[in-house]
Design a protein around this ligand. Sequence first.
Ligand SMILES: C[S@@+](CC[C@H](N)C(=O)[O-])C[C@H]1O[C@@H](n2cnc3c(N)ncnc32)[C@H](O)[C@@H]1O
Length: 188
Amino acid sequence: MLKGIIPYAHYLLKQTIQPGDYVVDATCGNGNDTLLLANLVGESGHVYSFDIQNQAIETTKALLKANDLHHVTYIHDSHARVDQYIPIDLHGKISGAIFNLGYLPRSDKQVITKGDSTIAAINALLTYLKKGALIVVVIYFGHEGGMDEKDAVLQYAQQLDQKLYAVLQYQFINQKNNPPFIVAIEKK
Ligand SMILES: C[S@@+](CC[C@H](N)C(=O)[O-])C[C@H]1O[C@@H](n2cnc3c(N)ncnc32)[C@H](O)[C@@H]1O
């Protein structure tokens, strides 16, 4: 009955995102989340998909092309610079964003998301959210450097004003080996 971490992250996005919406995949990696988002928003919506690795951008592009989905802007840059790429007229209009932290599976484990840029991106994205919108952050922290990012993101999320945001932590607390967990931020 309890959903696993990725199924629950996707469940949250499915509950929030409608056809025609504007959404962000902050870490496209192999493209699985971009694919979900593109299907949820449909041809009338749009996905902004970030990654600092060209390999991730190309893999995601190929996956979306294979699924005949074209309403995606691919951004080969850090999500920390989100405000350079998402038009200012989308302020208050983004309905969802997802971060999958850590490293690209089956790739260079040295290229990881980091607390400073993750928090800069979340902070910028909060200004883009419409009422009821959600940022879903899947936090992997078993790798080198992961613990620092986890602590920084949790500390940041815990101090968000409860009058403006509802912040959820979804985590299995009896699993071994630092399993991933979710922090979800809803704009009230
Ligand atoms: C866990 S993977 C993402 C998995 C992906 N969501 C999927 O469905 O396959 C994390 C990704 O974050 C990317 N990344 C690391 N730092 C980044 C940054 N500052 N901005 C954007 N992407 C970043 C990595 O290159 C890697 O591809």
